[in-house]
Write a protein that binds this ligand. Structure first.
Ligand code: PNS
Length: 167
């Protein structure tokens, strides 16, 4: 890595990736030289997709994505986020904020991460209004109850949701 290169980590569960996540990825690409989309390995949360499946889906979605001069990397991680960020020599953590309801949780995480690793900055990007109500949790709930989720996740992910859930 060049000494002046700016690498950021966009961590999350991404179970699965939504258009809201994609919007944050797109906007981060104009701020950093490299963006690592870091998928949390969180078996305790009982995810619908394994970390490998989530990484694979994100890679497939990003294959058609024009990220300009920013390199995109997809990886899974476990353990403390700040340790992972340090191991990647990254300077920043990217998080999207959708609404006031996200703020308190994000504030606590950012302050805890700052305490653990003062050299790492959390950069908050405000989610675009059109996706500000979209979350992976709500999306899975709607999908499992036969609601329409087209347009809220990339097409490829709608297909994966269908094949994962029997058709
Ligand atoms: O998409 P999510 O589930 O809101 O992402 C949460 C995530 C992955 C950012 C958070 O759970 C995390 O950082 N987990 C790793 C463990 C850790 O470092 N916990 C302390 C955070 S203050």
């Amino acid at each position: 890595m060049k000494p002046d290169m700016k690498r950021a980590i966009f961590p999350g569960s991404f179970d699965p990736l939504t258009m809201g996540h994609l919007d944050i990825i797109e906007r981060s690409t104009s701020l950093f030289d490299e963006l690592v989309i870091a998928v949390l390995n969180n078996p305790d949360k009982n995810p619908m997709f394994s970390p490998e499946e989530r990484c694979e889906m994100i890679e497939e979605v990003l294959a058609d994505f024009n990220s300009g001069d920013c390199r995109l990397v997809v990886e899974s991680f476990s353990g403390l986020l700040v340790n992972y960020v340090k191991s990647k020599n990254a300077t920043s953590i990217i998080r999207g904020i959708r609404a006031v309801s996200d703020y308190e949780y994000e504030r606590r995480m950012a302050l805890m991460n700052k305490r653990l690793a003062p050299e790492i900055e959390t950069v908050f990007l405000m989610a675009s209004e059109e996706y500000s109500y979209v979350s992976s949790r709500l999306l899975k709930q709607v999908f499992l109850l036969d609601g329409r989720v087209d347009g809220l996740v990339p097409k490829l992910i709608v297909d994966r949701l269908r094949s994962k859930n029997g058709g």
